[in-house]
Design a protein around this ligand. Structure first.
Ligand code: IMP
Ligand code: MG
Length: 172
């Protein structure tokens, strides 16, 4: 393992997810919530967040890939797996690991908006606003982070470290 330093502990993640869950529960009362996890990075956050929301909700997943290299995004998105369900009239909440340039989610939001959901919002565990290129602000954010490459709780470096139960940054 490379040298790492923990930025956000397992307990901090759990506490924040519980808060977000309460907020989402209140905001979507009476709605038709469909939580859409973006594979693969959202998996731990999605699993924790959906159990923190006390509503009759549904879940679905999408898998997207951006053309570009491993650490930077080009803004052109390829849909590898689309939704199974129809979102017309539904309250869609996209669940992501991190918003970096925002290009991926800006594209995805527009792509899903065309299907006429009742509403569409974004919940991201992490937000890196210093790197933003698209005009996009997530509606629910766990933590705002500096411009460092981080891993864990779903985030990977070349597909590794997604299973770390905390968030850390790689020192070298
Ligand atoms: P963007 O917002 O379109 O630039 O893309 C965000 C995606 O880039 C995320 O879903 C992650 O997969 C990846 N990403 C951005 N920053 C990091 C990081 O610090 N560590 C690991 N993956 C990252
Ligand atoms: Mg991702």
């Amino acid at each position: 393992m490379p040298e790492m330093e923990i930025l956000i502990t397992q307990q901090q993640l759990a506490d924040r997810v519980a808060e977000l869950g309460r907020q989402i529960t209140a905001d979507y009362k009476g709605g038709q919530l469909l939580m859409v996890g973006i594979l693969k990075g959202s998996v731990p956050f999605m699993a924790d967040l959906m159990r923190a929301v006390q509503l009759d909700l549904r879940i679905d997943f999408m898998s997207v890939s951006s053309y570009g290299n491993a650490t930077s995004t080009s803004g052109v998105v390829r849909i590898l797996k689309d939704l199974d369900s129809d979102i017309r009239g539904k309250d869609v909440l996209i669940v992501e690991d991190i918003v970096d340039t925002g290009l991926t989610l800006a594209y995805l939001k527009e792509y899903l908006q065309a299907r006429n959901p009742a509403s569409i919002r974004i919940a991201s565990m992490l937000d890196k606003p210093s790197r933003r290129k698209a005009d996009l602000r997530p509606d629910y954010v766990g933590f705002t982070v500096e411009d460092r490459f981080i891993v864990g709780y779903g985030l990977d470096a070349a597909q590794r470290y997604r299973n770390l139960p905390y968030i850390s940054w790689i020192k070298e």
